[in-house]
Ligand binder design. Structure first.
Ligand code: UT7
Length: 322
């Protein structure tokens, strides 16, 4: 039987960290460092400079993941990029990344659009491609420049997000690897978190900036993150006590703490990076995973539960043996 395992991880954050005070001053926001820290846990985020796009961040994260996996770019036979802030309408950011990496073997490349659940969706898809025997080494990336879709006059959203990328090389193996995954969506919640605009006849039409009902998102997130965690733990035939690390989508420290509490997991088992990254949407989980691996927290053999939730609404989880 073919399984999929993570061979290597990588991540990249653009520029120096931007603190709350600096962000407030730069945009003339009616906010305070204290409010942002108390309600979200966020202290800093990274913002990509002009002309730096998701594929540029993805390239740096991918190079690091390939090096960690001891793998050449041409060993990759499928590239999947999860992003809601693609470089272009088309071609896909995955195709641009494939080119930037110099992959010339005809590897398939496509993007996944599931907002903050994007990485978990992409990982679930890659797992199925590998287990079917179709692919041997898949580069799975989450990359975002959310700073480009924020309304800098809306203090309720612009302080929350940041830019970055994270990547993993997923490869075929004789033992797991990925133990269980679950993906869900409920499109009837499409209005509580959206960028409700598009391009038509060369003009932005509708509202091209991020809009969110923060409290509705908060409640939804805590509910489904606990449910989907329990779902994959049961699907893997495991118990909560066997989980070594929980990496939830990094949107708000209070959501992460509430989820851990609902699951009965001690906070020490949670990887918390939102204070330093803000919410980097599809990049948040692979960024947190890579940093925890490089810090020596997550070790080979550890059971790690990744879970995402985001616009759509979408949500999902993957339970893996690292
Ligand atoms: O990837 C998923 C994406 N999003 C999320 O996960 C976000 C989920 N939601 C949240 O994290 C929280 O709902 C927020 C952090 C967005 C907001 O926190 P909250 O505790 O739900 O605050 P609130 O929306 O109830 O607002 C309380 C007050 C309001 O003022 P009034 O009406 O009480 O006078 C807001 O206008 O806080 C005000 N407020 C701010 N004040 C200072 C909102 N944003 C700010 C701000 N600084 N940046």
């Amino acid at each position: 039987m073919i399984h999929a395992r993570i061979a290597g991880t990588g991540s990249f954050l653009p520029g120096p960290p931007v603190g709350n005070e600096a962000l407030i001053a730069a945009h003339g926001l009616e906010s305070t460092d204290e409010w942002i820290i108390e309600r979200t846990g966020i202290r800093t985020r990274h913002i990509a400079g002009p002309g730096v796009n998701s594929s540029d961040l993805a390239l740096e994260a991918a190079r690091r993941a390939l090096a960690a996996a001891n793998c050449a770019a041409d060993d990759i036979d499928l590239v999947i990029v999860a992003t809601s802030t693609p470089d272009y309408i088309f071609p896909s950011t995955a195709a641009l990344l494939q080119d930037k990496l110099g992959i010339r073997n005809g590897a398939a490349a496509f993007d996944v659009q599931a907002v903050c659940s994007g990485f978990v969706y992409a990982l679930g898809i890659a797992d199925k491609f590998i287990r079917s025997g179709a692919n041997k080494r898949v580069l799975v990336v989450g990359a975002e420049v959310f700073s480009r879709i924020l309304d800098w006059k809306d203090r309720g959203t612009c302080v929350l997000f940041g830019d970055g990328a994270g990547a993993v090389v997923l490869e075929a193996a004789s033992a797991p690897g990925l133990l269980a995954s679950a993906l869900h969506a409920d499109g009837s919640y499409n209005k509580i978190l959206a960028v409700p605009g598009h391009l038509a006849c060369g003009q932005p039409t509708g509202d091209p900036l991020l809009r969110m009902d923060g409290q509705a998102v908060f409640k939804f997130a805590v509910k489904v993150l606990a449910e989907v965690a329990n779902e994959v733990i049961a699907a893997a035939g495991m118990t909560r006590e066997q989980i070594d690390w929980l990496i939830p989508h990094q949107a708000n420290a209070r959501i992460i703490q509430a989820t851990a509490k609902k699951l009965g997991l001690p906070e020490e088992k949670c990887i918390l990076k939102v204070h330093a990254h803000g919410n980097t949407s599809a990049a948040s989980i692979p960024l947190a995973l890579d940093e925890a691996v490089r810090e020596g927290k997550i070790k080979r053999g550890d059971h790690v539960l990744l879970e995402g939730v985001g616009g759509g609404f979408t949500w999902g989880a993957t339970l893996l043996r690292y």
